[in-house]
Design a protein around this ligand. Sequence first.
Ligand code: NAD
Length: 487
Amino acid sequence: MTDTEAQLLARIPDRLFIGGEWVASSSSKTLAVVDPATGNVLKRIADATPADGIAALDAAVAVAEKWSATAPRTRGEILRGAFDLLQERQDEVALLMTLEMGKPLSEALGEVAYGGEFLRWFGEEAVRISGRYGRNPEGTGQMVVSQRPVGPCYLITPWNFPLAMATRKIAPALAAGCTVVIKPAELTPLTTLLLARLLEEAGLPGGVLNVITTSTSAEVSEPIIADSRLRKLSFTGSTPVGRKLMIQASANVLRTSMELGGNAPFVVFGDADLDKAVDGAMQAKFRNIGQACTAANRFIVHSSVVHEFASRIAGRVAQLRMGRGTEEGVTIGPLINDMAVNKADGLVKDAIARGASLVAGGHRADSPGSFYEPTVLVGVTLGSEILREEIFGPVVSITEFDDEDEAVRLANDTEYGLVSYVFTESLARGQRMIERLDTGMMGLNAGVLSNAAAPFGGVKQSGIGREGGTEGIHEYLSTKYTLIPSA
Ligand code: NAD
């Protein structure tokens, strides 16, 4: 570990953030945060108990009314202040994400830009929460429709985008006038602790944002979700965990937002511009070392271009450099842990056993840390697990098709529906794909589409609700209708 890294880690809070105070866990237990590139412990932080979780909810409930009554402009200015602080400290935030999650530093800087944008965007949206007003059809009264904050929220985030997944929930919730308890993933909690510190420095009153870090997520979350004072659960993570949480949330008929798994098809038609398609594929597949819910999971390529596409991808893969994300020139960091390496390796082996051929990679790397070689498989056959499961690793899996209907059938053949990518130079075909592909988002000749101004989210088992855009703040607002009879 370099001196800069050690100094940064020493500055990160190692406690829970409850009611505006940094406090130890009530059990005094700690959990270790590990560098996936080396397996070394980076830092030990407080390991919250269920009682700490309830204390955090108590704090959020205590200031809920006051925060909802705070002027929207004030709420917006605090978010804007946090955005500015994040820009000033972008190098430190990026380095922290690379250390705890493994992504290359240049990508971590990209996440600071993307994740920070939610603070600015929702800071701006805070003052644009509006309703409507009109006469009822009978002409006997006035109908007023207004928006109110839903109330205290519980936010659960995954490890793959430690900053953006937190700001994408915290910013709209705070802008709407809700107070929150956030529980980051136990694998990457440090970025959320640093973000809480920035919001504190930006003037956020105590109790509006509470952070609990824990190695026992299920035990700590259950009583919070069961508490009748909680009004909303917003979760980003895997579909199996999302299903469990929806069952728990049903007891109190809790409002929920679910940003779940993906299994994105990446369809390349025979009329595609292959330069664009290959660039898009490299972004859609290898960003975040393949560990994105939006990662291209199934490449579905027309038979007339499949050989050229695969060989160009293999050529680009050969230029990728694997290593610790802090090293200059590294483009592929480690996977999050050895379990992720085993999963990717298992999927590759299963695909080969069912007839696929390996064009590049195909092995775990012979080095400390959780590395898996960038891999390209062609001729992946129907029935292979890699077509059903989220790979969450740097593996390109290519299947070919002959006509448009077959491409649509293959692309939609999944329980997920988060995002699809389509490459074609035909506008008419692109328009047909917008209509026919069952996903909440689509990149038409684009390999990356996330943007704070866009509604991010899926259909089918990829989730419920949208984050970002003008839609994002409505996840944290309730509609109220008031009738005022004419005088
Ligand atoms: P995960 O479901 O294992 O964990 C997500 C979060 O839930 C973590 O904070 C974890 O500690 C917590 N958790 C796990 N079990 C829990 C339980 N029983 N009760 C309460 N909390 C629990 O997912 P992950 O491995 O951290 O993240 C990867 C998954 O997230 C992938 O499936 C990916 O597609 C998905 N994801 C989706 C989006 C999206 O916007 N749709 C974005 C990023 C990641």
